[in-house]
Ligand binder design. Structure first.
Ligand SMILES: Cc1cc2nc3c(=O)[nH]c(=O)nc-3n(C[C@H](O)[C@H](O)[C@H](O)COP(=O)(O)O)c2cc1C
Length: 361
């Protein structure tokens, strides 16, 4: 029996099926990193997902990383997100903003010269695409202990802005090598203050952000995404006692808050099954699962992940990008549009709002 099409409740959202649209950076924000009508159309087309997690969205100018990524720290950005929220709600969907502070995965040219910061002054490998070409990531400045409360405050303001814009909540992005993951990773976080060293200390900033955001907008509107051991963007953390202790400390500290969900990217799931099971039991609330950037999630993957008993719902990325009516297609066993990687990151309507529905094709 299919579990994928069983309704599920995540937080306060009653969803028609047990898979949701995951966060997908698309680099198509308008002037001033504000969402546009084009972005509203894209998300509204995918409202059938039940719950949409938006592309990573910067909580502050300093937190911007990639080119043309939206923010939630100016009035124009809030107005842009209202277009998106209204359009998705008109189609009966729910949508939460993923708050992504890029930390060291950044270049000043993509943020009007704003500086790049991280847990420690450890430059990320690789390059950043800017309007002026490709450049190595900036060497980050290590945040001072006294500055961390300001980082937390920026997340709170952005989350409050999400609610003002009419969005249904936020997901705190602590995965994939961005700022909060940089604090968790012992190879990037070399701090000697209360936010470095032990697993509890490295988890502290994430806990502070999640707690403050939950207090500000209500825990039932807040999700958290983690990706233990995902060696992306120069992350060096490895499966083992330290990593398990770090994520256990994090999940133990946020579990009593009663968050909407914990979203775990385990890439691939197999070697991390025990850790995921442990984190799920520590968390006690709904868990979303995704098995990473390798194979594109298929309906079989969704069923397999649900059958493990480790997930209440599965996060689906690229197939939602390419198929606005993915649920209907999967349910009918219909053909799927192919995701076109050439148009993932930037551009206009092509490869964004022009993937046809079944009805239109
Ligand atoms: C184009 C693209 C952009 C992505 N952007 C984000 C992002 O902003 N935040 C995030 O947490 N994950 C991001 N991811 C990861 C996806 O959420 C998802 O975990 C990944 O694509 C694997 O799932 P899939 O096989 O269903 O696509 C991105 C992936 C792709 C392909």
């Amino acid at each position: 029996m299919s579990r994928a099409f069983a309704p599920v409740t995540i937080g306060s959202w009653n969803l028609p099926q047990s898979f949701v649209m995951g966060p997908l950076t698309r680099n198509r924000a308008g002037a001033g990193n504000a969402p546009t009508q084009l972005n509203a159309t894209y998300y509204a087309q995918r409202a059938g997902a039940g719950l949409i997690v938006t592309e990573g969205t910067a909580p502050s100018a300093v937190g911007q990383g990639y080119l043309n990524v939206p923010g939630l720290y100016t009035d124009a950005q809030v107005a842009g997100w209202r277009l998106v929220a209204d359009a998705v709600h008109e189609q009966g969907g729910h949508i939460v903003a993923q708050l992504m502070h890029a930390g060291r995965i950044a270049h000043a040219d993509n943020k009007d010269g704003a500086e790049t910061i991280s847990a420690s002054a450890v430059r990320a490998p690789g390059e950043m695409v800017t309007a002026n070409g490709r450049f190595p990531h900036d060497e980050p400045r290590a945040l001072e202990s006294e500055e961390l409360a300001g980082v937390v405050a920026d997340y709170v303001t952005a989350a409050q802005n999400a609610v003002i814009a009419g969005l249904d909540g936020v997901e705190i992005h602590s995965a994939n090598g961005y700022l909060l993951h940089q604090f968790l990773d012992p190879t990037i976080n070399l701090r000697e203050d209360a936010h470095g060293g032990s697993p509890e200390n490295r988890a502290r900033l994430v806990v502070e952000v999640v707690t403050a955001v939950a207090e500000a907008i209500g825990a039932e509107k807040v999700g958290l995404r983690i990706s233990p051991g995902h060696q992306f963007n120069g992350v060096g953390e490895e499966a083992g006692a330290d990593m398990s202790a770090t994520y256990a400390a994090l999940v133990d500290a946020v579990a009593p808050l009663g968050l909407a969900y914990l979203s775990i990217l385990a890439s691939p799931l197999e070697p991390l099954k025990d850790l995921v099971a442990d984190l799920r039991s520590r968390f006690g609330g709904p868990v979303l699962l995704n098995d990473g950037f390798g194979d594109v999630t298929s309906i079989d993957t969704v069923e397999e992940l649900l059958a493990t008993g480790l997930a209440d719902a599965v996060v689906v990325g690229r197939q939602f990008l390419a198929n606005p009516d993915l649920g209907a297609r999967w349910e009918q066993g219909a053909e799927l549009n192919e995701p076109d990687a050439a148009t993932f990151y930037g551009g206009g309507a092509e490869g964004y709002t022009d993937y046809p529905t079944l009805e239109a094709s």
